[in-house]
Design a protein around this ligand. Structure first.
Ligand SMILES: [Zn+2]
Ligand SMILES: [Zn+2]
Length: 212
C-alpha cells in the first residue's frame, strides 16, 4: 500500500511529500522545492529508498531543489507537463526574485500527460493534467488510498493563483471541477501549502468552488 509523509520546505512552507510502497520501501519525492537536507533526513528516518522525483509544476518552491537532488542521487525527474518548460527555464530568475538559493538547471526525464500513470514499488498513481495555475500543472491521484497530491491547484478554503504568466482562472476552475471532483467527495487532497482537506468539504464550503 502507498504511504506518505509531508515535509513543509522553503520559506513558502511548501508541502513536499515523500511517498512510498510499504512492501518494497521504494520511494518518490513530490515537489522537492528546497531544504534538501531536511527531506533526506526524513527519507533516512523512514528507512525508504528514494528512486524518483515527481513534479506537479515548476514554480521555485516546488521544483527548486530538483536539479541538485537528481544529480546527487542519480534520480529520474518525472513531470510536470511540458507546458511548464518556460517556468523551468525561468527557475534561476524565480530564485533571485524570491531570495531562494541558486538553482541547478534540470531537464525532466519524462514529461507527463493527462491519463498517464506513475508507479513506485507496487503502487500506481494516475496523472491528471490540471492547468490554470500554470499551463503544465499535473496532479497525482492514488485511488488505492483515496488521496490526491494537487500542488497549487486547490487549497483548503482557497484555489491556486492565476495572475502569473500562463495562468487562467476559467481553466483552473475547469481543472478542479472536471478532473478533481470525479475522484470523489471522500478523496483527501494534499495541497502545495497548508492543511489537507477533502474534495467534498471544498465543494460544500470553499467560496471559490462552492456548489460546483
Ligand atoms: Zn505554484
Ligand atoms: Zn506553491
Amino acid at each position: 500500500m502507498l504511504r506518505y509523509l509531508t515535509v513543509p520546505v522553503t520559506a513558502f512552507q511548501q508541502n513536499c511529500s515523500i511517498v512510498w510502497c510499504d512492501e518494497t520501501l521504494a520511494a518518490a519525492v513530490i515537489d522537492p522545492g528546497g531544504d534538501l537536507p531536511r527531506i533526506q533526513a526524513e527519507v533516512a528516518r523512514l528507512g525508504v529508498k528514494l528512486e524518483q522525483i515527481w513534479l506537479t509544476h515548476a514554480h521555485i518552491d516546488h521544483a527548486g531543489g530538483t536539479g541538485t537532488l537528481a544529480r546527487e542521487l542519480g534520480l529520474p525527474i518525472v513531470g510536470p507537463h511540458e507546458g511548464d518548460q518556460f517556468w523551468i527555464d525561468g527557475l534561476d530568475q524565480q530564485s533571485r526574485m524570491f531570495g531562494f538559493p541558486p538553482v541547478e538547471p534540470f531537464k525532466p526525464t519524462r514529461w507527463l500527460h493527462d491519463g498517464d500513470s506513475v508507479s513506485i514499488g507496487h503502487s500506481t498513481l494516475a496523472v491528471r493534467h490540471c492547468p490554470g495555475h500554470t499551463p503544465g500543472h499535473v496532479v497525482f491521484h492514488s485511488a488505492e488510498i483515496r488521496r490526491c497530491f494537487v500542488g497549487d491547484v486547490l487549497f483548503a478554503g482557497s484555489i491556486g493563483r492565476t495572475d502569473f504568466p500562463g495562468g487562467d482562472h476559467a481553466t483552473l476552475i475547469a481543472s478542479i471541477t472536471q478532473r478533481l471532483w470525479p475522484m470523489g467527495d471522500d478523496t483527501v487532497f494534499i495541497p502545495g501549502h497548508g492543511p489537507e482537506s477533502s474534495f467534498g468539504r471544498e465543494r460544500r464550503s470553499n467560496p471559490h468552488v462552492r456548489g460546483t
